[in-house]
Design a protein around this ligand. Sequence first.
Ligand code: SF4
Length: 351
Amino acid sequence: MATSRRAVALISGGLDSMLAARVIQDHGIHVEGINFFTGFCVEGHTHAIRRKDRERERPKRNNALWVAEQLGMKLHIVDVIEEYKDVVLNPKHGYGSNMNPCLDCKGFMVRKAREWMEENGFDFIITGEVLGQRPMSQRRDTFPVVARESGANDRLLRPLSAKLLPPSLPEREGWVDRERLYDFNGRNRKPQMALAAHYGLHEYAQPAGGCCFLTNEQYSAKIADLWKARGARDYDFDDIMLLKVGRHLRPRAHFKLIVGREEGENKFLEGYKGRHFSLRAVSHTGPVALVDGALNDEGDMRLAAELVARFGKGRDAETVQVEIRTPEGETTLMDVRPLPQSDIPSAWYLG
Ligand code: SF4
């Protein structure tokens, strides 16, 4: 069935959205992808930062771009970092089991796609949502909420579960054939895998549990700590990037240390030396650490230096010399005894 209708597909980079777009392409409909960059996306940054991940066999890639390439489809990547803050900070429908505002997030993304559709003269929106797959946003009672609150209404088509849902406008108008859509339901991935095989798609990303860091318990704990320490629920892009990197310890209410876990992270943290106090052992090999907050006196500086010494090669040495650098570049050298592991309360470790 060839029509001149055009659809915009939300592309996360995972299998479901890839299949949804492919199914509609199969109807002879022109499909373009849209991918929203919130800053919390799992893929990309951390893999690019961490040497361990970089050295894994599979080359790292932007999965959304890769999907678009596989489907021969144009992809629009839209930066929504600023606008998305309101979704994270004030979700009308609340959070999931961690800091993930999935229902508001879905409504937001479909709304942005709807605006894009209207601006660009497209006819409908496709998502890879599957009924019953996610506890918060992909339920029979929440599907209409997303359609309504986004303003997409019946121009929102979920090809993978369409047969279980009331017919959307593209189905009613005959732009797509409802009989050639699907009735996938629940968390079983086998139908998607079979459909992928049908299309000859043998390689695809396997998102583990969620498409963003907000579903991650440790990451969510670090956000909660950040807001508590600053006395305000707010963040900027650097905050959310730094929460993805290193070991985070809060030895005092007024400062936190972010300690690199390997060379890739150390290099990344070095990029922030102009904005934060930073520490690094000079007598022994060791990590770069950033201070988020303030080192108010010599006691704070010593404690931070003792902790940094603890995470380097000098951890068993009598004394380690640590350089403490201000954001302006002034340095102080301090000889300290590495803090014994037994003196680091588990409560200092965030996430
Ligand atoms: S997992 Fe993250 S990106 Fe996906 S719907 Fe939930 S909040 Fe949005």
